[in-house]
Write a protein that binds this ligand. Sequence first.
Ligand code: PSV
Ligand code: MN
Length: 437
Amino acid sequence: MDQITTLALDQDFVAAQNAPLTAALDDDYAALGRALDRRGIDIEAITKAVSAFAVAAPTWAVGSGGTRFARFPMAGEPRDIFDKLEDCAVVNALAGATPTISPHFPWDETSDLPALKELAASLGLGFDAVNSNTFQDHPNDPRHPLSYKYGSLSHTDPAVRAQAIEHNLRCAEIGEALGSKALTVWIGDGANFPGQQHFGRAFDRYIESVQAIYAGMPETFRLFLEHKMYEPAFYATVIQDWGSSLLAAQAVGDRCLCLVDLGHHAANVNIEMIVARLVHARKLAGFHFNDSKYGDDDLDAGAIDPYRLFLVFNELVDAEQRRTPGFQPSYMLDQSHNVTDPIESLMTSAVEVQRAYAQALLVDRTALDEFQTANDPLMASQTLKRAYTTDVQPILAMARNRKGAAIDPVAAYRASGYRAAVARIRPVKTGGSGGIV
Ligand code: PSV
Ligand code: MN
C-alpha cells in the first residue's frame, strides 16, 4: 500500500488557506457573539459543544455510489479499505467533524487488520459501529456457500440463518479488534408479494437470530437494529419500521437498540417524533444521517429538508439537556454520492449535521416550555424558528479554525488537488452496473 502524501492533510497548507479568511471570520464571530449575548446565550459554550460534536463517516460513501440503473465511476476512487481510510482522513482534516469511520463487511475485508489499525491511528481516525452485510451474497467467501436471495436472519432455512448469524459475529469480532463498540444490523429480508411470507413467523425467526448474535458478541458491544420501510423487498420488509425495531430490541436485551436512518420512512412521517419515542423507551441507538425527497434517496444531509434535520436535533438536545439516563446516541452518515465528489459531499454533510446541532442548542427551552404550557402554538413554533433561522456559520467555521481544520472545507479541498493526485495512483474502476442499496 502506497500511502499518499497530500496537501489536504498538511496543517501548514490548511493554515495558509485559512489565513486570508480569518479577519472576516473574527468579525462575524464577534457580531454573532454580541447578538447571542443579548439573548442570554454564551457563544463560547456553543462553539465548545459544536467542536466536541462528531459524526462517523461511512467507508462505503467515499466511493461513487450508483442507482438501480447504473454506476458512473469517478477518477481516483478508493481501491480498498486503506484508500478509503485516506479519503476519510481528508474529510476529517478539513471539516473537523468525523474522527471515526464506520466500516462495512465484506466490502472492507482485509487480511491485515493490524495494518488497518495502524493506518487509522496514524491518520488520527478511530472506528465507530461496524456494519454487517447479509443483503447480498458473498460468492468468493467459502464461509458463505448459501444464498441470501430469500432472506438472511429471518430465512426459512435454519442453515442460512446460521450462516448470517456467523457473519454478524465475525463482524463484531473484527470490530472488537479495531476498537469499535457496536454492530449495526440492517437486513433486506422481506417479501415482494402478498402471501410470500408469514409475517409473524418471519419476525420470530429474526428475533431468534438477533438473540443469538447478541449472546455471542462481546459484552462491551451494543447491537443496533436498523429499520427500513422497503427496498429491496417491495411488499413487506421484516424490520420495516421503528415499531418492529423496538419490539425486536425489547425482546433481545438492554444493549440492543434502534437505529434511525433518516431515509428509511414513509414520506411525510414525523421522524423527530419517532426519535422522541425511542428516547422515551431508552432505545435510541443513533442515526444514519442523509436526506431524501422521495424514498431512501441517500442524498447529502440537510440537502432537501434542513428544517427536519434541525427538528431531529431539537429532540436530541432536549434529551441531552434533560440528562435522559442511558442517552448516548451514535451519529453516522449514510449517503450515496452519484453526481458529486464524495469527499466534498461528506464534508458538507458533516457540517450540516453540526449546523443543526448548533441551531438546536440555541432554542430557548424555558420559553418553549412556557409557550407549550400556555397553549401558545404561534410563539412556541416561533421559538424554534428563531433558533433555526440564526446563522450559526461563524460558530461552525470558528470551531474548525480553532482545531486546525479548514474555514472553507470545500475550497481548501479543491485547492489541495487531492482528487487529481489520487487519480494518478488509483486506476479507474470500470464496470457500470447498478445495484447499490
Ligand atoms: C440500507 O439502505 C442502508 O441504509 C444500510 O445502513 C446499509 O448498511 C447501507 O444502507 C449501505 O448500503
Ligand atoms: Mn443506513
